[in-house]
Design a protein around this ligand. Structure first.
Ligand SMILES: [Zn+2]
Length: 261
């Protein structure tokens, strides 16, 4: 029988899963005909070995990765099994991700990452919970990441995409800009600077070992954007460290002038 790929939401609804703590990925994989194995893998983070005719697959996950990472990888492989049935897929660390790798890379990997985000952080569960948060900031991101058992970065990325408020999530290493994602409402010219400005909180966290921002601070938009008139606009910044050489900044627009026409 021909396999019809289902969306992550269809799968969840089909299994009557309606709250975050019910998103048991091994159970979901099992219901879709895939078994999950955890073991040490060489040269990749996860892979899918599939027999499309039988409708059976084995998903292998590197057991040395951190638990949140393993969870995202498993959701990613379920996405491949659903969307790219019949192919042997070996996924590297760069292929899998709830953040930068969702923008770059080949379309098959992007599709699996999008699927993973929709499976782990389904809009129909997130939206009602989001209404309880008056403002969008890292406090909300942290709590929601813990509720949905995802990384802060993956949750922040998802919420920027869902546009709770017009905002941008930007990643920087010590050598500069790595990637960013903007809500759709933000104008295209608002592209973050190539290098962190020493006035930014992200700079202090990355270079001076400062703590993650406990609250959102207000600063002039030209700290982050080389756009004419930015010095007269204010934005909110709340940044956090991912690891020694990666900092993430959540930037919230405070002026309509940052919105697309
Ligand atoms: Zn993949």
């Amino acid at each position: 029988m021909m396999h019809r790929p289902q969306s992550a939401e269809d799968i969840l609804r089909g299994l009557a899963i309606c709250s975050p703590e019910e998103i048991d990925l091994e159970e979901i994989a099992f219901c879709q005909g895939a078994k999950v194995k955890y073991r040490e893998l060489d040269g990749c983070e996860a892979y899918l070995l599939a027999d499309a005719t039988l409708g059976r697959a084995i998903i292998s996950i590197d057991e040395r990765a951190n638990p949140l990472r393993q969870r995202f990888s498993l959701a990613h492989e379920i996405g491949h099994w659903e969307r790219h049935r019949g192919q042997l897929l070996v996924c590297s660390k760069e292929d899998i991700g709830g953040s930068g790798s969702r923008k770059n890379g080949v379309s098959r990997e992007k599709a699996a990452n999008q699927f993973a985000a929709e499976l782990l952080m389904p809009e129909f569960m997130l939206k009602p919970i989001l209404r309880d948060y008056r403002r969008f900031n890292m406090h909300a991101v942290r709590q929601l990441a813990s509720t949905f058992n995802t990384s802060k970065t993956a949750m922040a990325y998802r919420l920027v995409e869902m546009e709770k408020e017009p905002c941008i999530l930007a990643a920087y290493s010590k050598s500069g800009y790595v990637w960013h994602i903007s809500s759709k409402s933000i104008g295209h010219q608002w592209w973050p600077r190539r290098f962190l400005d020493p006035q930014s909180n992200a700079y202090s966290i990355l270079f001076n070992g400062s703590r993650d921002d406990a609250t959102m601070s207000d600063l002039d938009a030209d700290t982050w954007f080389d756009v004419p008139g930015a010095d007269r606009l204010e934005i909110g910044e709340q940044s956090f460290r991912v690891h020694d050489d990666l900092v993430m900044a959540l930037l919230v627009a405070r002026s309509e002038r940052m919105l697309a026409d």
